[in-house]
Design a protein around this ligand. Structure first.
Ligand SMILES: [Zn+2]
Length: 314
C-alpha cells in the first residue's frame, strides 16, 4: 500500500509542532485513537466486511465500527497490535524518537513513562525505530560521499581486535552552493543513508552504492578496492587517495562528520551498549531524524504513518 503524501496529510491532520501542543492534544486514549484512525484511513474508512464507507473509532477499545455494526481492530496488522501499553505511551515513544535531537534511551523512557519493566521500554522503542524506513524511497543523487566505518568493539578509535565490531557503510549527498557576496564554493549536506554490511568487499560496498545512489551521480570515495567497480556500474567515480601526513578530515568531510556524530550519539544517549542485531534499527532512527533535521514538526506524523503501515516485519 502506498503511503499518503506527507505534506497533504500534515495539512489535514495538523500534527502538534511542540511538546506543549502535543500534551494539549493527546490527553486520553480516545484522543490517540481518533488521531490514529485518521492516520490509518487518510482516504476514509472502508469496512473490510461490507465495504460500507462509514466508520468511527470506539472509545477506549481500539476498535473501529462501521455503520452496519461490524467491528474491526484499529491496530490489526501494525506493530502496535497486541500491545498492552496504552496508545498515549506509544505516542510518546514516537514523539521522542522522531523529534528529540538525541532521541531517548530505554532507561529514560521507562522512567519518564513510568513503565514497570526495562524490556517493555526497550521493545517499544525498537518497534518505533525499526519502522522508520520509508518504502520505495528515492535514490540519492547528483553528488554523494561514500565511506565505511566500524561501530562498537572494545576500542572504536583503534583498529585493534575488539568484540562485536560492526561495519557500517554510509552515503551522504553533497550540495554545492556559492556564497552570495564572494561567489566562493561551499557545500552543505543533503540526505543520508546508513547500512550495516557483512564486510568491506566490493559486493557489500559497491552493492550499497548501486542500491542507494542513482546511476550517473558523482560518487566520492577513498582509494579502497571495494569501490573499484563503480565506474563500470555507471557512476562518475572520484577516488581521493589519502596521502601521508594529510589530514583525514580534508577528504570526505561530510560523511566523516556523520560518522563522528553518529558514534557520539550512540555513546552519549545509548552508552555504546548496542547489540549488533539491533544496530541497523538505530542507524534507521539516526537517518530518519537527520533527513528531517529542518522539519521536526511533520516528523512525528511521518513516523506514526510508517508505524501503522500493515504487513511489515520487525
Ligand atoms: Zn461493515
Amino acid at each position: 500500500m502506498a503511503l499518503p503524501d506527507p505534506i497533504k496529510l500534515a495539512q489535514v491532520l495538523n500534527p502538534p509542532q511542540s511538546l506543549i501542543e502535543f500534551s494539549a492534544r493527546f490527553r486520553t486514549e480516545t484522543d490517540c485513537e481518533e488521531f490514529l484512525f485518521r492516520v490509518r484511513y487518510p482516504e476514509g474508512f472502508v469496512c473490510p466486511r461490507c465495504a460500507v464507507e462509514r466508520g468511527w473509532s470506539l472509545d477506549g477499545k481500539r476498535l473501529v465500527e462501521c455503520s452496519n455494526g461490524h467491528k474491526v481492530s484499529l491496530t490489526a496488522g501494525t506493530v502496535l497490535h497486541g500491545s498492552r501499553q496504552g496508545l498515549l505511551t506509544w505516542f510518546h515513544a514516537v514523539l521522542f524518537i522522531a523529534t528529540l535531537t538525541p532521541g531517548i534511551s530505554a532507561l529514560q523512557f521507562q522512567r519518564q513513562l513510568g513503565l514497570k519493566r526495562y524490556e517493555t521500554a526497550f521493545q517499544m522503542l525498537h518497534k518505533v525505530r525499526a519502522s522508520l524506513v520509508v518504502p520505495g524511497r528515492e535514490l540519492l543523487h547528483r553528488e554523494v560521499e561514500v565511506d565505511e566505518t566500524f561501530i562498537g568493539g572494545k576500542d572504536p578509535d583503534r583498529d585493534g581486535r575488539g568484540g562485536d565490531k560492526v561495519l557500517v557503510v554510509g552515503g551522504i549527498e553533497v550540495r554545492p552552493f556559492s556564497k552570495p557576496k564572494t561567489g566562493k564554493r561551499r557545500e552543505r549536506a543533503g540526505r543520508l543513508r546508513l547500512r550495516v554490511v557483512a564486510d568491506a568487499s566490493a559486493n557489500s560496498l559497491s552493492g550499497f552504492v548501486e542500491q542507494e545512489i542513482q546511476p550517473g551521480a558523482i560518487v566520492h570515495t577513498d582509494g579502497w578496492d571495494g569501490y573499484r567497480r563503480l565506474k563500470r556500474s555507471g557512476y562518475v567515480h572520484q577516488r581521493t587517495v589519502q596521502g601521508k601526513g594529510r589530514n583525514v578530515t580534508h577528504i570526505l568531510p561530510h560523511i566523516h562528520r556523520v560518522f563522528s556524530n553518529l558514534k557520539a550519539w550512540l555513546q552519549g544517549t545509548h552508552h555504546g551498549r548496542i547489540e549488533p542485531k539491533y544496530l541497523q534499527a538505530y542507524l534507521d532512527e539516526y537517518t530518519f531524524r537527520f533527513n528531517r533535521r529542518f522539519w521536526p514538526g511533520p516528523a512525528f506524523l511521518r513516523a506514526l504513518t510508517l508505524m501503522v503501515r500493515t504487513k511489515h516485519k520487525i
